[in-house]
Design a protein around this ligand. Structure first.
Ligand code: MN
Length: 360
């Protein structure tokens, strides 16, 4: 029998007095020059991505205090962010370029944004090495150059992985064009974080007309599709050293795992689709061999415990999704997850240290 004292936000102190540090693993950053570029594109209507114009147009154009405060916080990674982290008991953030990042831009603009973002993130981590680590950005449009920028970011700047904000102007990472970047992740032994963005033009219409293209469902539908494509295309068999982290409790794939395995096996047997062939494992097995899952935006005890049960307790870790979902009560809820202290330490701290090779 366990007894728990009702916990409050007063319990949110940093420093590990509960027996673990809280490492938040999907925390967003936006370089101010990226937002200047976005503003120009929004004004000129020069980017055809409907989701970009809808989502980024809203965040950068709205006078509502909520998006304004998010946009302000996204661009800062110093004293204000540290104060927010202190208030929420967050010891350490793993920072990464916010969606859509470089992935609506052409090769030249994307590479420029990636380089500036990586340089700035490296400075931020050097200023506060115990509070921040960061993932690299690249342009995926010229994959060899993207792979070279990833190598620079990891080996020279000390960044800890690669952020991919889902589709790349309507293309997915199972496309053979992107192999050089993914092979570089494996070669450097750093994870790729597959993060949502709005669905591409080919998918967004029925979501958008209902107002559901954002985080409410469209993000998850698109990113879950992306991850499943990576699995069923055989990408992890081709690059066995590729490690992927995905947020939002696995973008629903753990819940679908049994049906995916069942239907995939039938499709392999019937040879219905050229794109569906035999894999070395069942599709759901890749959730237990190549994929790690964070709780960003999903601070709900029941599905957290379900996903841990499906994929293994050592593969599920904490994320806040700052500043989009800066909710102190959600940290308290996850402090209260029904698991022993050593598993909570895995959940909040040790899995992140292992997956991202954090050194602080
Ligand atoms: Mn996020």
């Amino acid at each position: 029998m366990t007894t728990t004292t009702p916990s409050t936000e007063d319990s949110l102190t940093t420093g590990g007095d509960r027996g673990y540090l809280r490492i938040a693993t999907e925390e967003a950053y936006a370089h101010p020059e990226m937002y200047e570029l976005y503003r120009r594109h929004l004004r000129d209507g020069s980017l055809p991505d409907i989701g970009f114009n809808s989502l980024v147009g809203y965040f950068l154009g709205s006078e509502h205090p909520q998006p304004k405060s998010v946009v302000e916080r996204l661009q800062e990674a110093g004293e204000k962010r540290l104060a927010d982290m202190d208030r929420a008991g967050i010891d350490h953030q793993v920072l990464a370029i916010t969606a859509p990042g470089t992935q609506v831009l052409d090769a030249r603009e994307g590479a420029d944004v990636a380089r500036k973002t990586n340089d700035r993130l490296a400075e931020v981590c050097a200023e506060h090495p115990t509070r921040f680590s960061a993932l690299a950005a690249v342009s995926f449009e010229q994959p060899d150059a993207g792979a070279a920028e990833l190598e620079r970011a990891v080996t020279q700047l000390g960044l800890k992985g690669l952020m991919a904000n889902s589709h790349i102007r309507g293309r997915y990472l199972d496309h053979p064009d992107f192999l050089p970047v993914l092979e570089k992740c494996a070669e450097l032994d750093v994870p790729l974080y597959l993060h949502p963005t709005t669905p591409p033009n080919s998918m967004i219409a029925p979501y958008r007309e209902a107002g559901l293209d954002g985080a409410v469902l469209g993000f998850g539908a698109e990113t879950g599709l992306h991850l499943l494509r990576m699995i069923t295309s055989g990408l992890f068999d081709r690059i066995p050293g590729l490690r992927v982290v995905v947020g939002h409790l696995g973008e629903a794939l753990p819940f679908w795992a049994d049906r995916i395995d069942h239907m995939h096996a039938k499709q392999v047997a019937s040879k219905r689709y050229d794109a569906i062939g035999p894999l070395e494992q069942k599709p759901s097995d890749y959730l237990r061999s190549h994929i790690w899952i964070t709780t960003s935006g999903m601070p709900w005890t029941k599905p957290i415990m379900f996903v841990r049960d499906v994929v293994g307790a050592d593969r599920v870790m904490y994320a806040m999704d700052y500043p989009y979902q800066y909710e102190l009560s959600e940290v308290v809820e996850q402090d209260e997850l029904p698991m022993p202290l050593e598993e909570k330490k895995e959940f909040f701290e040790l899995t992140a240290r292992r997956v991202f090779n954090l050194q602080f």
